[in-house]
Design a protein around this ligand. Sequence first.
Ligand SMILES: *Cc1c(COP(=O)(O)O)cnc(C)c1O
Length: 440
Amino acid sequence: MTQDKLLRRSMDAVWHPCTQMKRHERFPLLPIRRGDGIWLEDTEGRRFIDAVSSWWTNLFGHCNPTINAAITDQLGQLEHAMLAGFTHGPVVELSERLAALTDHSLGHAFYASDGASATEIALKMSQHYWRNLGRPDKNRYLCLQDGYHGETVGALAVTDVAIFRDAYAPLVRAAQTVPTPDARLAAAGESPVDVAIRAAARLEAVLAAQHETTAALIVEPLVQGASGMVMYDPEYLRRARALCDRYEVHLIADEIAVGFGRTGTFFAHEQAGIRPDLMCLSKGITGGYLALSCVLCTDEIYEAFYDDAIERAFLHSHSYTGNALACRAALAVLDIFERDHVIEANRERARWLGEAFASALASHPTAALRQRGMILAFDVPDAPADFAQHMFHHGLDAGILLRPIGNTVYLMPPYVFDEGLAGEMASATCLALVRSLAGY
Ligand SMILES: *Cc1c(COP(=O)(O)O)cnc(C)c1O
């Protein structure tokens, strides 16, 4: 099939996500033929650095031999069996290893297929826990301003991104938002910790007034990804944890984007020295291979459902819960973390990335770079209209896949680059930036 024909057929038959389809009249879709490590290759043989890990999912490169081998091996044994009434080795091993990664503070794993469903599960579990405890009034949620937790109707209730939520407002029982601890809100002389303390004080006021009707607070630990890689100090999480304890409200850590080493520790919340009551995982969990998500919870929550009465059980279900192929991919991901000492090795990679961008951008009028582990971002003040679109296209011309959020350019690459590639990412980003600002 010729490339043009493939694009035309895609435009006719495929409704692409997060896209105004009409824009593809001017900016054609990009047909991808293969992936190899950090590289994606189109049908004409052009290669691009996947600097956003294909929507933050890919951890160890495309067509990773270890993950390929694990899935292939599993294919010869069992592709999928329903998880109600049945179990299998991969789901058991994955649940145990994830629990161990939380020092067994979150010892029970419930599976779904995507991030938004994990959010829904955590919200439902929290409310049902309080109901089982005879406190049915605790059925409301708090979320952070600028937070993102997915786009199903339930997840939109705790997602504070207007462009995703406004059209569906009549469907959504919106949660109460509390101020973001965004470090960029620091006034002159204030540190990121000061901003965190201020935001936590506002959280305290809301909890003091509403804790009797509040089931949970949901947060993206350390980095609010979808609203533009908003970074904040771990002090906020420490205070939120203490407040949630004091006011008997669950703390849900949505680690869908920031888990699996993205921020420098295996889970982002570790940097605050705390544990959540519920944690949502997805995206990197299978290294970007297969749709899988997971909610981990404490013994205390699990035990509130463990009973003779069926209605006290958590009856939520998805057809593909605990899919064996996806669990094997996830186990291979955990194997790679151990085998290659990825968390330690990423410290050097993060330094390469930071240094390469600091020097490449030294002469550009961008606001300060911000970085947390393997997430690097900068804002472009006074960017022209459609800046993100232009960066995307000039990025591709420069050999890099970038997908800015508004005026925020970010990189979130797979953990498979060396110092040379960090330099290539920085120079390609810089080239795309110069061209986008020049209005080519
Ligand atoms: C991507 C994301 C989600 C939603 O995951 P999907 O698989 O896209 O539904 C939820 N929370 C956070 C923090 C995310 O980044």
